[in-house]
Design a binder for this molecule. Structure first.
Ligand code: SAM
Ligand code: SF4
Length: 324
């Protein structure tokens, strides 16, 4: 369907849990996190019900995220259920990769279409500094497992933090040596991300071009979202940038988000949206659910205002509660 500004909404990011096995400094506090009670998060059946209605409204692509989605038991059941919904064409996953090697076979059997693996640095010490408790090699094992499936598109997400040129070059080097797209994401001033500066696309590009040669813009559109890609001579994969700050892309936003507790959220920066769980658990039928979803999408804000500073109605949730 189209939102109030004529943008086609065909993509939903679903957070299946607010729990995580890492504590990335820009996303989640180290201590003092009270996870949602199990009864407060949507069951898989509730998620499937919502997605059936979203598919009727024209949503074709679902991204599973979190917290860390692989923490939630039996995620492959949800993947298979989503793949069974008429109209849903792609079910993909964003993960920190720590548990991926073990779970990928069953996710593939369930029909997973693509995976994004988040790793901000290849340096073990820095990786530990960013994630506070993670081990880079666990993620690399996940990446290796993903590369084993030649038919599985693999993307790497990197939010440069505590980063230097060596780090950027090593991250980009993954796309040189492997058929993966490496995407550099500008730090967004959401939650704990407000405590960190972003490294701009232009700054990263300059570092990469100095060593790897020109980054040539891709002519064809790749992927479902705001990432724009470049080819580099001799690289097996592409280099992408998600530059919410320096290259605002709200005019082509195609997505909504569903939080683990069932809040349909229409913009990363604002807390606008609707409580679908409340409607479902108070006996709302599918018609009522569809109407609420439609109304909510119609009220999707025009854009974020990251560059203008705080305004009323800003999101208080942190990124691990939203799903990125
Ligand atoms: N745990 C999974 C992961 O790390 O991929 C899924 C959830 S995580 C919130 C999704 C993505 O959001 C990750 O790639 C993460 O780096 C990114 N992210 C978290 N906080 C961010 C921020 N303030 N600005 C930009 N990206 C952020
Ligand atoms: Fe966990 Fe992902 Fe947030 Fe890191 S970015 S703390 S892995 S939810």
């Amino acid at each position: 369907m189209k939102d109030g500004f004529g943008r086609t909404i065909d993509y939903i990011r679903i957070s299946v849990t607010d729990r995580c096995n890492l504590r990335c400094v820009y996303c989640m506090p180290e201590t003092g996190v009270t996870p949602l009670e199990h009864g407060d998060i949507l069951s898989y059946e509730e998620i499937l019900r919502i997605c059936g209605i979203l598919a009727e409204l024209g949503v074709t692509k679902v991204k599973l995220t979190g917290g860390e989605p692989l923490i939630r038991k039996n995620l492959s059941y949800l993947v298979a259920g989503l793949k069974n919904i008429s109209g849903i064409q792609k079910v993909t996953l964003t993960t920190n990769g720590v548990l991926l090697a073990d779970q990928l076979p069953e996710l593939m059997a369930a029909g997973l279409d693509a995976v994004n693996i988040s790793i901000d640095t290849l340096d073990e010490g820095k990786y530990h500094q960013v994630t506070r408790c993670g081990h880079r090699n666990d993620v690399l094992r996940g990446l290796e497992a993903a590369l084993f499936y030649k038919e599985l598109p693999v993307k790497i997400n990197c939010v440069p933090v505590f980063s230097d040129n060596k780090n950027l070059l090593e991250m980009a080097g993954l796309a040189k040596d492997h058929p993966v797209h490496v995407r550099f994401i500008e730090m967004m001033p959401i939650g704990l991300g407000r405590n960190y500066d972003f490294l701009s696309e232009n700054a990263i590009k300059a570092v990469l071009e100095d060593v790897y040669g020109p980054l040539v813009p891709c002519k064809e559109t790749l992927g479902n979202g705001p990432c724009h890609y470049y080819t580099v001579d001799g690289f097996l994969g592409k280099i992408g940038f998600i530059s919410a700050i320096s290259h605002k892309f709200c005019h082509q936003c195609n997505r909504v988000r569903l939080s683990a507790e069932g809040y349909l959220k229409t913009c990363l920066q604002y807390d606008t949206g609707s409580d679908l769980r409340a409607l479902m658990r108070s006996g709302g039928d599918d018609r009522a659910l569809l109407e609420l979803i439609e109304r909510t999408i119609l009220e999707k804000p025009a854009s974020h205002h990251f560059n203008e500073g705080p305004e009323g109605g800003d999101e208080d949730r942190r990124m691990y509660q939203i799903g990125g």
